[in-house]
Design a protein around this ligand. Structure first.
Ligand SMILES: [Zn+2]
Length: 996
């Protein structure tokens, strides 16, 4: 037979596009449209419905950037449409390719009941399934004229990312506002042809099935009268019934489709818009659930649920009803889908506490799954936290974005720093926005790496990022591939139904140990420095606020600020969302975040001050409150006492034009360029700086990634570097050395001081660069194959070399408070108060192997915020020669938790003490259930074993181990307040102490 395959495939494409799809709505009449443009920010629904609207015609422009326009559409169903399906077609001026990234709408009835959301893939509103001619139609649309930020010309700088810079010109043309007849048979024919046409293209050209499908499609097209599609659609469908009825192969891959809309809690839109995005999507999904009995929808991020509850009660009523029916499913158990690299130990834990608690309190649902499809890499501390929260499974898709290495498994056990293993699934469909296209399904089946031992994968199905969710077309297509020869078998299922099957069929999955590093988006550890500083400072202040408020509650009977702490925690957790903390949102989001972090700091300092004053009592003695988990200067951890001995610094100039800073522990030499040429550990008798090199070296790189400007730094940034060695001024200032430099349009002032064996570097940068990367380098005379960086409740190691492509790809990575590198018995730490990105390299010269640690200070990407990080910044770092891993942990806390001085009557005893410095207390607080119980969380911090006694400084009736949600995990023990604890490496423990 002659090969006409290409001809038939091209024919299908054209006939579908130009004849059959347009015949879905064969008849239409225009609606009357009026509009009211809200002058400023969005208004309450009642106000929008009641506003005085002016007529507007299709073709007219509307919608200033970030504006809200309330359209009222009215019309009458024509008499001749009686008995037919009638829909409104409302096209606000959509770009078909960008659902969720442009204008959107939410349709209401005149009484304020939400009907459904509008986006380019959802322009219809059902008016009647069997119309009555003459019926009056009146709908209202709350339309948001959100600008397209990530347009067809992606990653170009734009001023549209903030309403303060976006201007006022209208962005959209009202395109279609009609009443139309919906021809269901034609629509079903489109679904048949799409499913079969897309499947056909995925089958081998030499397979019989492919040709069966081709011939059936051809017969169907022959049956369509192009001048009477509606009249011939049923006959065309009949030609396809046979091939659609042929069942799937027994070995076919099984896909659990989960209806989903991955909604970014803020990104190319501000937080306030996400509140509305969630309302639009949930309205759409509750409507779809009513129409489609097999469909299941899952929504993550408790914060988004809370927004619907608070801001859109009428939508919430529909959601809760669908949840009760088990078809609208809370997914995961986190407050938001946060970044997991940067959040600190307690914050990562609280993501689960607040997320899980919301679903438990509202619905009695305690999920075992963690749902993080889009987060930019996963720290190795996470498995232990997942387990401690009472969960045991993880879903993410993002690692498929890695640029260099292909992850070897789709279903596996992920082992964290303490040995906890979590059953993990990466959907092989490689998207969290599956739309049931044949190529997506075939890709999932082909790509699945665990074939032969497992056969189930999950496909999050629906428009995400900016919302939208699943469409009726996706549901229709899924129904056709439920059991279809040549296709994977698709079933709508909840995440937990999928995981139960996946676990059952794969009892011994492969194991991946250590972090799930995303080989992309590495610059998210640095971009938007003030957002990162706000996060770190908030985490530290929350620790102090809980500690001192709990101590004041027990010691001084002060009221514990439950409500304020709950609210502030949720604010900080929200800002750890995977486009806010990573710095990848528009200017508006980061401008608001800076303001929010200021308010958070102010309120937490109020709580801390109040608690410390209550504890200090009346008196004039200067007390030092130590909020860190280790004693310092004679002040116990979590207590207050008069200041003890602190070593003084001797500072003097040298004959060579430099300076020497020296105390009992450390002697540092700074040359005339302001660089640290020597840092001698006086106890260890050892030099820390690599021979012939200098530390405190600022290095400037060109930094223009190929795309994803705020997200990515590409490896070639290292090809060029400028060492900022020219100083305008280097001089002694009291017991420190001050260095001033200028470069480009920017300037730096640094102050170097000694404090108890560490060299503190306080760096102020007035930053006005474009597409540059600023690093602070510490070349160290240490030979090491690996280095440690702090993660949640411990640390993990990475190589200093690039033997394999996996190691080479980690050229920029995350640390929390410390980086540490050592030879047996002697090491060096670099600690920070607010930076996360770093890189570590090794050099070999005539002196031997040395190791260079560089911390990342600032970038200057121009997308999506064209002014990213312009202005002044302040960073604090410290170099700690002679530091063991325990010293690194301690110094990391100290630089983040400065002493506070309060005048008072006398010392304050800590609420709890631990007699082994390896055991670090990360939280002391009162129990969230307001019982007055004291909750203490601690972990082994050095990667070894610890045996310690935890002593309560108050009468204790009972002690019980709990999970992160403070739910008992064992039997309560009667205790006198001295609790022996034995910990495995990095083991995390939460104890609840009932006061006697
Ligand atoms: Zn996302």
């Amino acid at each position: 037979m002659h090969d006409d395959r290409n001809l038939v495939e091209a024919r299908l494409k054209r006939v579908l596009n130009e004849r059959i799809r347009p015949a879905i709505h064969p008849e239409s009449v225009p609606l009357e449209v009026a509009v009211w443009h809200a002058p400023d920010e969005p208004v309450p629904v009642a106000e929008g419905l009641a506003a005085e609207a002016e007529p507007i015609a299709v073709g007219q422009a509307w919608g200033k950037p970030w504006g809200t326009s309330w359209f009222t559409v009215t019309g009458t169903v024509p008499r001749e449409w009686s008995g037919r399906i009638v829909e409104a077609i409302l096209d606000l001026g959509f770009d078909a390719d960008k659902p969720g990234f442009q204008c959107e709408g939410l349709v209401y009835r005149p009484d304020g009941t939400p009907v459904k959301g509008l986006n380019p893939r959802n322009q219809w509103v059902r008016i009647a399934s069997s119309a009555e001619g003459g019926e009056e139609v009146r709908l209202h649309v709350e339309a948001a004229s959100n600008p397209i930020i990530l347009g067809h010309d992606a990653f170009r700088p734009t001023a549209m990312g903030d309403r303060e810079t976006a201007g006022g010109d209208p962005l959209y043309l009202l395109t279609r506002m009609d009443l139309a007849v919906f021809d269901k048979t034609v629509w079903e024919l489109v679904m048949d042809l799409e499913v079969l046409g897309e499947l056909m293209l995925e089958l081998p050209v030499d397979s019989a099935r492919r040709w069966e499908l081709l011939r059936a499609v051809e017969r169907a097209l022959d049956a369509v009268d192009l001048q009477d599609v509606g009249g011939t659609a049923a006959a065309a469908r009949a030609e396809l019934a046979g091939v659609l009825a042929s069942p799937a192969a027994p070995s076919a891959h099984r896909i659990s489709a989960v209806g989903h809309a991955h909604i970014d809690s803020a990104w190319l839109w501000p937080l306030r818009e996400t509140v509305r995005k969630v309302a639009r999507t949930t309205s759409n999904m509750t409507a779809l659930l009513e129409d489609e009995p097999d469909f299941v929808f899952a929504m993550s991020q408790a914060q988004q649920w809370a927004w619907v509850k608070e801001h859109r009660p009428e939508v919430w009523a529909k959601v809760t009803k669908a949840v009760a029916a088990g078809r609208f499913v809370p997914a995961g158990g986190m407050w938001v889908e946060s970044d997991t690299n940067m959040p600190g130990s307690e914050a990562m834990a609280r993501q689960f506490v607040h997320g899980k608690r919301f679903f438990i309190d509202e619905f009695g649902v305690d999920n075992e799954e963690v749902w993080l499809p889009d987060t930019f890499g996963f720290a190795a501390g996470l498995p232990q936290i997942i387990k401690a929260a009472g969960s045991k499974r993880l879903l993410t898709q993002k690692i498929s974005w890695s640029q260099t290495n292909t992850f070897p498994h789709h279903t596996f056990l992920w082992e964290g720093i303490d040995g906890t293993r979590i059953f993990t699934h990466f959907p092989p469909v490689d998207t969290y926005n599956c739309s049931m296209q044949g190529r997506e399904l075939a890709h999932a089946a082909r790509n699945f790496k665990d074939k032969g031992v497992a056969r189930h994968s999950l496909a999050p199905t629906g428009w995400g990022d900016g919302g939208g969710g699943t469409t009726r077309e996706m549901v229709a297509k899924a129904a056709r591939v439920r059991d279809l020869e040549g296709s994977p078998v698709v079933t709508w299922e909840t995440p937990s139904e999928f995981f139960a099957k996946a676990e059952a069929e794969y009892p011994q999955p492969p194991v991946w140990v250590g972090e799930l590093y995303l080989e992309l988006h590495r610059a998210t550890l640095t971009s938007q420095a003030k957002t990162k500083q706000g996060n770190r400072r908030s985490e530290s202040l929350l620790r102090e606020a809980e500690l001192w408020a709990a101590t004041a509650a027990v010691r001084a009977d002060a009221p514990y600020p439950y409500e304020r702490l709950d609210r502030i925690w949720k604010t900080v957790l929200l800002h750890q969302f995977h486009d806010i903390l990573p710095g990848s949102s528009i200017a508006w989001v980061h401008r608001e975040a800076r303001r929010t972090y200021e308010l958070v700091a102010r309120e937490l300092n109020e709580i801390i001050d109040g608690a410390q004053r209550a504890l200090a009592g009346e008196g004039q003695e200067e007390l030092i409150f130590n909020g860190a988990p280790h004693a310092r200067h004679g002040v116990p951890a979590g207590g207050a006492a008069p200041a003890g001995h602190a070593p003084g610094t001797r500072a003097r100039p040298t004959a060579e034009g430099g300076f020497v800073l020296e105390d009992e522990l450390l002697r540092v030499e700074i040359d005339g360029r302001g660089l640290v040429v020597s840092a001698r550990d006086l106890r260890g008798g050892r030099e820390a700086i690599a021979p012939g090199r200098a530390a405190n070296l600022l290095q400037l790189h060109q930094d223009f990634p190929n795309k994803w400007d705020a997200w990515d730094v590409d490896e070639f940034y290292r090809h060029t570097v400028t060492d900022l060695t020219e100083a305008e001024d280097v001089r002694l200032d009291g017991d420190g050395v001050v260095v001033r430099r200028s470069f480009g349009a920017s300037a730096v002032t640094q102050r170097l001081t000694l404090a108890g064996g560490r060299l503190e570097i306080d760096t102020e940068v007035d930053w006005h660069e474009t597409e540059k990367f600023l690093k602070l380098a510490f070349p160290l005379d240490v030979r090491a194959d690996r280095y440690a960086s702090e993660s949640q409740y411990g640390h993990s190691f990475r190589a200093t070399h690039t033997n394999t492509s996996w190691e080479a790809a980690k050229f920029e990575a995350c640390n929390h408070r410390f980086l540490h590198v050592e030879e047996p018995g002697w090491g060096v730490a670099v600690v920070n108060d607010s930076t996360y990105g770093h890189d570590v390299t090794r050099e070999v010269d005539e002196h031997g192997t040395t190791t260079t640690l560089r911390v990342s200070l600032l970038r200057a990407p121009r997308f999506p915020d064209p002014e990213t990080d312009q202005g002044t910044h302040r960073f604090r770092h410290a170099l700690v020669p002679g530091a063991g891993i325990g010293d690194a942990v301690r110094e990391g806390y100290f630089i983040n938790l400065p002493e506070r001085r309060v005048a008072g009557a006398g010392p304050v005893e800590p609420l709890v003490t631990v007699d082994d410095d390896a055991v670090v207390v990360t939280a002391v607080k009162l129990a969230d259930d307001e019982s007055g119980d004291v909750v203490v969380r601690f972990h082994e911090s050095r990667g070894g074993r610890a045996k310690a006694t935890l002593r309560a400084g108050f009468p204790v009736a009972e002690v019980v181990a709990t999970d992160l949600l403070e739910r008992p995990t064992g039997e309560p023990q009667r205790q006198g307040g001295e609790i022996p604890v034995t910990l495995r490496p990095f083991e995390l423990v939460t104890l609840r102490l009932k006061r006697a």
